[in-house]
Design a protein around this ligand. Sequence first.
Ligand code: ZN
Length: 277
Amino acid sequence: MKDFKKIIKETSRSNRIVAGFNVFGYEEAISVVKAAESIHAPVILMTNKFAVNHMPVEYWGLLLKKIADDAKVPVCVHLDHTQDPDIIARAIHSGYDSVMYDGSQLPLNDNIYYTREMVDYAHKHNIMIEGEIGSVGYSDLSENIYKSQFTDPEEAGYFAEKSGVDMLAVAIGTIHKLDKPNAEIQFDRIAEIEKATDIPLVIHGFSGVKTEDIRYLKGHQIGKVNIGTAIRQAMGYVLRDGYINNPGVYDRMAFMADAIEAAKIQAENKIRQLWYE
Ligand SMILES: [Zn+2]
């Protein structure tokens, strides 16, 4: 897993945070890696459930591992929110460095029980694993089957200890898929969680975090943040304009160089804010 467990632990204790980006193909992945190389920072390429429903996790593993191996900076390949143990096992055997088992919808003791099983399996294969306590909700109504619940600091400490995860996603005010940065971060809650556990914390829904809040988050125990919407938007705008303004062009590669560049600029902005400023 390269040194990512160490990198995440160190960043959780420093004024830096590793950026994780949800990617949906070669183009997003290469734009994120180029951005990380230009800033000389480590980065995490993540596939979510939509990505692995669209293309088998084995294909993702081969593609992203090759991109990671060829990169000039440390690149970790991570499986985002997964509830199906079979997909986690397949990812672990397909080149992923890190996985997330999401038991956040389960009662606490079930979450601990099933997460612990996945932790034992992942660690046996030298793979890093993330769990979730509390539940980060979605702005997207099609996802409203997921409950949204702020993390109870005491439960976070208990869960971290009993489950044995390497990093812990917490719900402290961010929301998935916010298309504008207007999340209300509960810094008091983060401080209470930090008193309960020294495990590296993960913030999901980072595209919704206000720029002025990033610098305060960096002073906390955050090891990784998950970014999806910012990159999707950058690439989506370019592709939509390309097709609309060029009705005779059908080859998406005609627009991809510009889309990669737009996503790269967004990724650079986020990585720079998290790693340096
Ligand atoms: Zn998430």
